[in-house]
Design a protein around this ligand. Sequence first.
Ligand code: FES
Length: 330
Amino acid sequence: MHEQTGGEVVSRVSTRIRARVRTIRHEAERVLSVELVPADGDTLPRFTPGAHIDLHLPNGITRSYSLVNSPDDVDRYVIAILADANSRGGSRYVHEQLRCGAIVPIGAPRNNFALDEDAASTVLVAGGIGITPMLCMFRRLREKGRDVRLIYCARDRSQAAFLDELDTRRGDVHLHFDAEHDGRPFDLAAMLAQQAPGVHAYCCGPNPMLTAFEIACENAGVGNVHIERFAASAPLADAQQGSYTVELAKSGRRLAVPAGAALLDVLLEAGVEVDYSCREGLCGACETRVLGGCPDHRDAVLTQSDKAANTVMMICVSGAKSGTLVLDLA
Ligand code: FES
């Protein structure tokens, strides 16, 4: 099974780009899209379908959002943000305080959810705000004339963003609103059972949907499975249990990581320069090379084979199974 691709090594120094908010648009109930353009210069770094950017908000919070627009756009990024009832300040700030014209630092695009553009057949399953990377992927595959089908699920039609951009007449888009089916979710198992051998199946949505998707793929024998989480799948606290020592290979410094402490916090408190964003093992920003010891991987970015290789780890949520970890840091 292929979960998100985690192969991209992130620079130790955050690349921050000054972007200006050009438009904010109501897309659906509790969903706004934000169009960002370069504040300096004319172009923004290129990206590939499935990529996301970090938004460094003026309230000190950083959040990652998938890019919705075409990778052919060189002068703008479009993201969409759901007002989260449990917001810790990210989506609430965007919905209540962000205004057109504001300058917002953003990170360069990263892609933990890369699209295989040459797959013979692809099915994309989006749940709610999970439509954001899928829309970008769907358009790209359609442009290339690939065999692609988009399944877009939401509780209610009013909560589904970007409906006006989806032409359902061609038969390659299927909309499913639970409220129009007596509350029943889309039948993933039946859909996946009908796919051609070798199909690539992608899903982005809430955790229960991702779990159902993974089970349905396994039962249907779908091997090329790609998922992206936008919320941590399990409590992370126990990931950081037990004390250990982290050795910084480039400087030779050794730091004690007390039981229950997050490795990232220990490094930051010691003044070590590291990159990070979501702090939830979701975005890939804190990926760090492991030169010795055995990490206790708790992220949703690395594939199972990445995790087994133990050559990189996400230092925001992962800990150590060994008494010492050696990291490629100064
Ligand atoms: S900061 Fe996002 S995965 Fe670690």
